[in-house]
Design a protein. Structure first.
Length: 256
């Protein structure tokens, strides 16, 4: 496993500053969703500013970002930490993310991967390849994490499509219940997040891909676009049929 460079983290203070912020989100966000967006500025500030800044002070080499949704309340708010060599957006690549349960019952610390950015059937194959590669090298028990997707319904968001996508995107995870958070300090979270961040930094070497969107998906999308616009397929309807055929049948695993 790759070690964390000395400049990525500072020694955390053994207090409850981070825990208290997480508890505030869990206790207040579920009811906040019933108000007009963006509603209570305090909780929004915790998610979008205070928690990302807290993590940024400790793990400065990563990009930290929080979201409550765009235009409408997200069923599941999140706070992500990203290595810019892997991704700068949660729609693609691999990143670390805290996923807050929709009902305020707890929060998941996870390593996850993008749920958008390219067509879903191709994205599903790429995510499966990534997950297998990462889990074949990283022993999740060494970093106190569970491996694989979140169990169905973990985020307590009913049939919300995005929440379901988040659950399926997870590579490894650790759960903190609301009641557990009453009993722990920041170090209890950070002593897990630290080795998780170290494992995350090793992902670049494991995948040997940089941003995946710059390799297989982009090449495939360019080829499909070429099929749609090329003069060598003269009948317009066959341009679309052939491009769809390529997208459905190219085995990304064999391109690895």
């Amino acid at each position: 496993m790759a070690s964390i460079p000395k400049n990525i983290t500072k020694e955390p203070v053994n207090d409850r500053a981070m825990v208290k912020l997480i508890i505030s989100v869990l206790d207040n966000y579920p009811s906040l969703k019933n108000t007009n967006f963006p509603g209570d500025g305090n909780i929004v500030q915790i998610i979008q500013k205070q928690l990302p800044e807290y993590l940024g002070n400790l793990f400065g080499s990563l990009i930290h970002e929080g979201s409550v949704g765009k235009g409408n309340w997200a069923a599941v708010p999140w706070i992500a930490s990203m290595d810019e060599d892997l991704t700068t957006t949660v729609s693609e690549g691999v990143y670390l993310v805290f996923l807050f349960c929709a009902d305020g019952s707890g929060v998941y610390m996870t390593m996850a991967q993008g749920t958008g950015g390219i067509e879903k059937h191709r994205n599903k194959k790429i995510n499966s390849i990534r997950r297998e590669k990462i889990l074949s090298v990283i022993d999740t028990s060494d970093i106190f994490m569970e491996k694989g997707q979140l169990p169905n319904g973990s985020l307590k968001a009913g049939n919300n499509v995005r929440a379901k996508a988040y659950e399926k995107s997870v590579i490894m995870w650790k759960y903190y219940s609301r009641s557990e958070l009453d009993k722990i300090q920041d170090n209890s979270i950070l002593e897990v997040f630290h080795p998780l961040a170290s494992a995350y930094l090793s992902v670049k070497r494991i995948l040997n891909e940089g941003k995946v969107k710059d390799t297989i998906p982009t090449s495939l999308e360019r080829y499909i676009e070429h099929c749609k616009n090329s003069d060598w397929i003269s009948d317009e309807k066959y341009k679309w049929k052939f491009s769809d055929w390529v997208a459905e049948r190219v085995d990304l695993a064999s391109q690895d």
